[in-house]
Design a protein. Structure first.
Length: 532
């Protein structure tokens, strides 16, 4: 099934494991639904998904742990056996540790003549076999025990279809970070609330198709205070189409905003030009580009609609040119191809000075690295803390990839990726404005109207976007939406979703490998006009 098509049917609220456990407890204590009944419903959903996806299935192999996730697995086996399928449970961990509903589920499986035995190889089974991963679910946190690592390796080596119950075992359901080994599922069946880790970091690599079921909980349960306060919301192109309204018949270019792109040091003019061209395709009324003089002719030949000016001496002869353009712009995009030379540093310093937190900025690429360098120097020379060392603004958008985010936060890329949700919130808290942490499952952190920090996760895009220039296009899109009057947060939402969906449309034509950033332009224009 097409992953994007599957995503459109999923709920938009995402939860941590702790929040879902609270919903589960609320359903049991306030909704009067016994835990065993919820387990039965979950098992029935899993079996139905299996029968729908693999109608030829004749045998189920359930790999069960010792918690409630294992209990779900035992019941899947019991229900399958009752319907005439061959069902086998391989147990990981001591079955004597099973308690409560999970123990009752094992007894139910045994009553249905399901064989329950220690874990063994599952190689050599016929193609009519499906494996059910009921090892850990949301219970995983930290390192795997050796017996669980071994079981996961056996599952992955089987080459059989795998259905994960709630979360692929070995994947942290909150962060999306996988252990040294984790189940690679064909389908993940998620219950009550979607777990946020399925959609970012390693989650998209491991979850496969995601199926959601609320287990028939009453609407008032799903709308309780816990459910109404998710940490994260999922966004896609359908979330933002209403923000891109058709233009009035009398619209003129002055109403559509002026985007100024600043960047393109020697040898990097293409990055700045792609940002400028993206801004034109997304509907900005006027787009100016300030770059090295050597790039002017090529830029005009490629895109004559962009007003291109060369700048060589921002601190001297060209200071008035830079000051005037910044102050006339509705938004400045700085960073694509900017480099880290004295020219680059002067441009960033002066753009920050001239914009004075009045003209919105979109800060990307080397502009982020220069900000990080300056903050690191201030921390070292003045022994300043993180907050006082940084330049904090409200009217800017920062768009780092994980490496740039690590430099902005004074930590490693690995530390950022270890908890992308915490990292993007810390970015926003430290630097202000709206912060976008790029990558699979891009995250946007911003303050809502109630001064509450929110997080959005974009599920658009594909691996073909792992190529140079994609970030430059994204920064230009963001600038275009700001210029046309959207808030910073809405502009980033639109930009990320249009960017990802454009790449999906381009990849659907010619494939992911070899996808170029400039291949997105024709699709960008279609999407901003709601033509698909």
């Amino acid at each position: 099934m097409n992953r994007s098509a599957n995503m459109t049917r999923l709920p938009r609220t995402l939860y941590t494991a702790a929040q879902v456990r609270e919903l589960d407890r609320f359903a049991i204590e306030q909704g009067g639904i016994p835990g065993a009944e919820l387990m039965e419903r979950a098992a029935s959903v899993v079996l139905n998904v299996i029968l729908q996806r693999w109608p030829q299935v004749r045998r189920l192999i359930v790999v069960a742990g010792t918690g409630n996730n294992g209990g779900d697995g035992y019941l899947v086996a019991a229900l399958a056996a009752a319907q005439g399928l061959s069902a086998q449970v391989f147990e990981v961990g001591e079955s004597a540790r099973l308690q409560g509903d999970a123990l009752a589920a094992r007894e139910r499986a045994l009553a249905e003549s399901v064989a329950c035995s220690p874990m063994q190889s599952i190689n050599g089974y016929a193609s009519d076999t499906v494996v059910v991963d009921a090892l850990l679910g949301t219970g995983f946190n930290g390192e795997l025990r050796p017996q669980y690592s071994a079981a996961i390796t056996v599952i992955n080596d089987s080459s059989l279809p795998v259905v994960a119950v709630d979360v692929p075992s070995g994947l942290h359901s909150d962060t999306g970070v996988a252990a040294s080994v984790a189940v690679c599922a064909s389908v993940t069946v998620c219950f009550i609330g979607l777990k946020q880790g399925l959609f970012t970091a390693d989650g998209p690599n491991l979850a496969g198709e995601i199926v959601f079921h609320d287990l028939g909980l009453a609407e008032w349960v799903l709308q309780c205070e816990i459910a109404g306060s998710p940490f994260t919301s999922r966004i896609d192109i359908n979330s933002v189409t209403a923000l891109m309204q058709p233009r009035r018949a009398g619209t003129h270019k002055g109403e559509c905003g002026h985007v100024l792109v600043v960047g393109g040091d020697v040898g990097y003019g293409g990055a700045a030009l792609m940002a400028a061209e993206a801004a034109t395709r997304a509907g900005a009324g006027t787009v100016s580009l300030l770059t090295r003089a050597a790039h002017v002719t090529a830029a005009l030949a490629r895109r004559p609609e962009v007003m291109v000016r060369g700048i060589e001496d921002p601190d001297g002869a060209d200071a008035e040119l830079l000051s005037g353009l910044v102050k006339r712009a509705d938004v400045v995009v700085i960073g694509p191809g900017l480099g880290r030379t004295s020219w680059s540093r002067s441009l960033l310093r002066l753009v920050l000075q001239y914009s004075a937190d009045r003209v919105p900025l979109v800060v990307d690429a080397d502009a982020l690295n220069l900000l990080a360098e300056a903050a690191a120097e201030r921390r070292e020379t003045a022994a300043a803390d993180e907050q006082s060392a940084t330049v904090r603004r409200q009217h800017w958008v920062l768009t780092p990839h994980p490496g740039e985010a690590g430099r902005l936060l004074g930590c490693s890329t690995a530390q950022v990726q270890a908890d992308r949700f915490a990292a993007v919130r810390r970015l926003q808290s430290t630097w202000g404005g709206v912060c976008l942490l790029k990558g699979a499952g891009s995250l946007i952190s911003y303050e809502s109207n109630a001064d509450v920090v929110r997080c959005d996760l974009c599920t658009e895009g594909n691996p073909g976007m792992a190529t140079g220039g994609m970030g430059d296009v994204l920064s230009g899109l963001t600038g275009a939406f700001i210029a046309q009057g959207l808030s910073l947060a809405d502009s980033v939402r639109c930009a990320v979703c249009v960017h990802g969906e454009s790449a999906d449309l381009a990849a659907s034509v010619d494939g992911e490998r070899g996808l170029l950033a400039s291949d997105l332009f024709v699709h960008i224009q279609q999407l901003v006009n709601n033509v698909r």
